[in-house]
Design a protein around this ligand. Structure first.
Ligand code: NAD
Ligand code: DAU
Length: 358
């Protein structure tokens, strides 16, 4: 049995689906169902006894203690977080509460549970913390990619809160001996990605005939990894990662944002040509830059390849084609997330940015 937190979000739900497609080991899925949690992602598991969903907060120590005592998991995988940089700029408090305070309470509950385990179960237990490359800060154009020893220099409230949670996890290993593993991954993309993030937002806006809002000059670089490859990396680290170690996970796919948007427009031009003719590129619109916008991220994923033999299966070209195809065939999923708080968020954020069409 695994306890997965945040398993109704983008990466967590992909992880749960992939895990149960390959294994009969059950999952207890603890998720608060914030705006980013979507049980529709897991609807294919309806009635499947291997998946137990619990609505709740990782910061609710009593609830977590009860779940641990009842289900006796051999591992906890912590995906739960506030994850959107722009939201952290508009309102950092939820990020502090979940990513720092929530992780602290989760660690405390797990430490108490682990201390009470018998020898074999205690030795086999793992706490895997899912983190981000953003904790390392921004790279210069020619600087070497982030290795696991790169100094932390988080620049947004989001990345600072993730950095704090990484430090707490690290400290629980060094101080209490808790058997932890940490992964720091680059930008994911793929199915069930909430359309507030670059790739799904561009696809959804393009199809709706709306502007494609590129921040600043669009030359910021991200290192893209297909979400299923992130999930396979987490499975490898859980199975064979060395205790207390950090593993960087990335796809060796550095791309400027504007290239990503052009690629998406080209794929949509091919797969779903605009009704009136012309290219989706005509919808590209430059908007005010994100404050403190990190210029470049790049992950050196040599360690996980060397130690665990992990490599991504998808190239960017295959992964992005699958992703666009997924959004084209899941219009209902998109329609269902485009209501309530998501729409309010869009108005609040993009309503404040100045737009100049090109
Ligand atoms: P997401 O925002 O799509 O999902 C987060 C999930 O956590 C949601 O289901 C939400 O309901 C849940 N959640 C939030 N607060 C909670 C709380 N207090 N208690 C329980 N559940 C709570 O995020 P994601 O993109 O799937 O990211 C998952 C994890 O991976 C995060 O820790 C993130 O920092 C990390 N990460 C994300 C990326 C990326 O590109 N998306 C890359 C590297 C690392
Ligand atoms: O690097 C890993 C991180 O990747 C994760 O830790 C975060 O949880 C995840 O959200 C993501 O953060 P980014 O800020 O890189 O992702 P986002 O999709 O928000 O933005 C990607 C790039 O695209 C970034 O340079 C900002 C830019 N952008 C984004 C949006 C939403 C735009 O130009 N226009 C937009 O409308």
């Amino acid at each position: 049995m695994l306890l997965v937190t945040g398993g109704a979000g983008f990466i967590g739900s992909n992880f749960v689906l992939d895990w149960l497609a390959q294994s009969d080991e059950p999952i207890v899925n603890l998720d608060k169902l914030t705006y980013a949690g979507n049980l529709e992602n897991l609807s294919s598991l309806d009635g499947d006894k291997r998946h137990v969903f619990v609505k709740g907060d990782i910061g609710d120590a009593a609830l977590v203690a009860r779940l641990l005592a009842t289900h006796q998991p051999r591992a906890v995988i912590n995906f739960a977080a506030e994850s959107h940089v722009d939201r952290s700029i508009h309102g950092p408090e939820d990020f502090i509460q979940t990513n720092i305070v929530g992780t602290f309470h989760l660690l405390e509950a797990v430490r108490a549970y682990w201390n009470g385990l018998q020898d074999v179960a205690k030795a086999g237990f793992r706490f895997l913390h899912v983190s981000t490359d953003e904790v390392y800060g921004s790279l210069g154009r020619d600087a070497a990619a982030f290795t696991e020893t790169h100094a932390y220099a988080p620049n947004s409230p989001y990345s600072a809160s993730k950095a704090a949670s990484d430090h707490l996890v690290r400290s629980y290993h060094h101080t209490y001996g808790l058997p932890v593993l940490t992964t720091n991954c680059s930008n994911n993309y793929g199915p069930y990605h909430f359309p507030e993030k670059l790739i799904p937002l561009m696809i959804v806006n393009a199809l709706a005939g709306k502007p494609l809002p590129v921040y600043g000059d669009g030359q910021q670089i991200r290192d893209w990894l297909y979400v299923k490859d992130h999930c396979s990396a987490i499975r490898e680290v859980l199975a064979r990662g060395r205790l207390g170690e950090v593993y960087n996970v990335g796809g060796w796919n550095e791309k400027p944002n504007l290239d990503i948007v052009h690629t998406l427009c080209q794929l949509l031009d091919e797969l779903r040509p605009k009704a009136g003719g012309g290219s989706y590129q005509s919808q590209i619109t430059y908007v005010t830059d994100r404050p403190g916008h990190d210029r470049r991220y790049a992950i050196d994923a040599s360690k996980i390849e060397r130690e665990l033999g992990w490599r991504p299966l998808e190239t960017f070209e295959t992964g992005i084609r699958k992703t666009v195809a997924w959004y084209l065939t899941h219009a209902d999923w998109v329609a269902n997330v485009q209501n309530g708080s998501y729409l309010e968020w869009t108005t609040k954020h993009y309503g404040q940015t100045s737009e100049a069409a090109v």
